[in-house]
Design a protein around this ligand. Structure first.
Ligand SMILES: Nc1nc2nc(S)n(CCO)c2c(=O)[nH]1
Length: 162
């Protein structure tokens, strides 16, 4: 695979000092072989969406990378970083030290049992769309609508820039 893909990664944490968790994950991404970290959005404090209601607020960000890794290899590398930061998969959608999601992988559409790209829930998540808007133009299209359209749809979700 000799072509480089422009990839957007969602980062999230709501356990064990989330800002430090995101900083550490950015550090691992920077030192990952075959991954070039291009730019990182601002950090945002966000109310938990989905999952148990009584969990702590999250801190979220989006990173843009360039990589020759295939989507599956990139997923494996991200899961290694999560594991290094003690990601116990206790309850689905429960609190976690670190969550790394592949949001977009170039223009590709991928649907594998363990990997769907574009991320199937990104359009419903202010904690993804708002940091993503730091990195891409507002007219970036998702499912035929500009990012600005999807941002309006999630305007009720609590999110504050840190
Ligand atoms: N605000 C917020 N809510 C979330 N719910 C889930 S699941 N996650 C994990 C990401 O899939 C988050 C998150 O990162 N931020």
């Amino acid at each position: 695979n000799d072509t480089f893909a422009q990839v957007y990664i969602g980062l999230g944490s709501n356990l064990d000092d989330p800002v430090a968790q995101l900083d550490a994950a950015i550090g691992w991404l920077q030192s990952e072989a075959h991954v070039s970290l291009l730019v990182v959005s601002g950090y945002y404090a966000t109310a938990p969406i989905g999952g148990p209601p009584d969990q702590p607020d999250f801190v979220n960000a989006v990173a843009e990378i360039s990589t020759r890794l295939t989507p599956e290899s990139l997923l494996a590398a991200l899961q290694q970083i999560e594991a290094r930061q003690q990601r116990e998969r206790k309850e689905r959608w429960g609190p976690r030290t670190l969550d790394l999601d592949i949001l977009l992988y170039g223009e590709e559409r991928i649907s594998l049992p363990n990997l769907t790209i574009p991320h199937p829930r990104m359009k419903e998540r202010a904690f993804v769309l708002v940091p993503l808007a730091d990195l891409v133009p507002d007219d970036l299209e998702l499912d035929g609508q500009p990012l600005a359209y999807w941002l309006k749809q999630v305007a009720d979700q609590a999110i504050t820039a840190l």
